[in-house]
Design a protein around this ligand. Structure first.
Ligand SMILES: C[S@@+](CC[C@H](N)C(=O)[O-])C[C@H]1O[C@@H](n2cnc3c(N)ncnc32)[C@H](O)[C@@H]1O
Length: 214
């Protein structure tokens, strides 16, 4: 039995994601990214000049799925292994509007100018301090900027292996997370179900949290 996204031997994320990066892009994960990208398109305004950051981008599956809808894309990721794969993909795409930066959401300053939109997929449950994560994401945005963050609804812990490290939350309660988003300063907070992940005959819904910095 293999876990979907087990991380964390080093500083809570790096080592395992480094090791898994070369094999990360499975058909299932590509499909999941396309479904979340479709939910993002249906939820937030995207324009030819939108500056987008994909937080915890991994190999860039979600951000690159949205590249045709935006003006500029930054893939922000702390794992060197993931970054190396993302940079290979950027080179293959040959599009100067995309860059990849080493970035830990709760430890590093914003990478460059403020963003119009911040997206993430299955990252929040790896960050222990959710209020700090929300505050850091708020700080990445220009006034009027949007977030579209995908993660698991509350689950019983069976999504990951029992001994998996770096899993700080077994999904999220939507109302509780909405409260944390509002406490960070976000407005127009809403949710939709973006997709679901099948694992050992069980289905785990994946929400998309959408909100705006006033
Ligand atoms: C389950 S993977 C998801 C990767 C990618 N978003 C995807 O869906 O394919 C979780 C990602 O979150 C990243 N991550 C963990 N802690 C982080 C943090 N504090 N700041 C930013 N990214 C983090 C990991 O390095 C990893 O790439």
């Amino acid at each position: 039995m293999t876990s979907f996204d087990e991380p964390a031997r080093d500083h809570g994320h790096a080592t395992s994601f480094d090791e898994r990066a070369p094999d990360w892009d499975t058909p299932e994960r590509r499909e999941r990214a396309e479904q979340v990208a479709a939910a993002v398109r249906a939820s937030v305004p995207l324009r030819a000049d939108t500056r987008l950051i994909d937080i915890g981008a991994g190999t860039g599956l979600l951000g690159l799925a949205l590249l045709g809808d935006v003006g500029e894309l930054v893939l922000a990721e702390p794992s060197g292994g993931m970054l190396a794969v993302a940079r290979d993909k950027i080179a293959a795409v040959g599009d100067g509007r995309v860059s990849a930066v080493r970035f830990d959401l709760t430890a590093d300053p914003p990478p460059g100018e403020p963003f119009d939109l911040a997206v993430s997929m299955l990252v929040l449950h790896h960050v222990e301090n959710t209020p700090a994560a929300m505050a850091a994401i708020f700080g990445l945005l220009r006034p009027g900027g949007w977030i579209a963050l995908a993660d698991l609804d509350t689950e019983d812990g069976s999504f990951h292996e029992a001994d998996t490290e770096g899993i700080h939350h077994h999904g999220f309660d939507r109302d509780a997370l909405a409260g944390l988003a509002r406490a960070a300063g976000f407005v127009d907070v809403g949710f939709r179900t973006a997709t679901q992940v099948e694992h050992e005959s069980r289905r785990f819904p994946v929400f998309l949290l959408v909100a705006r910095r006033p």
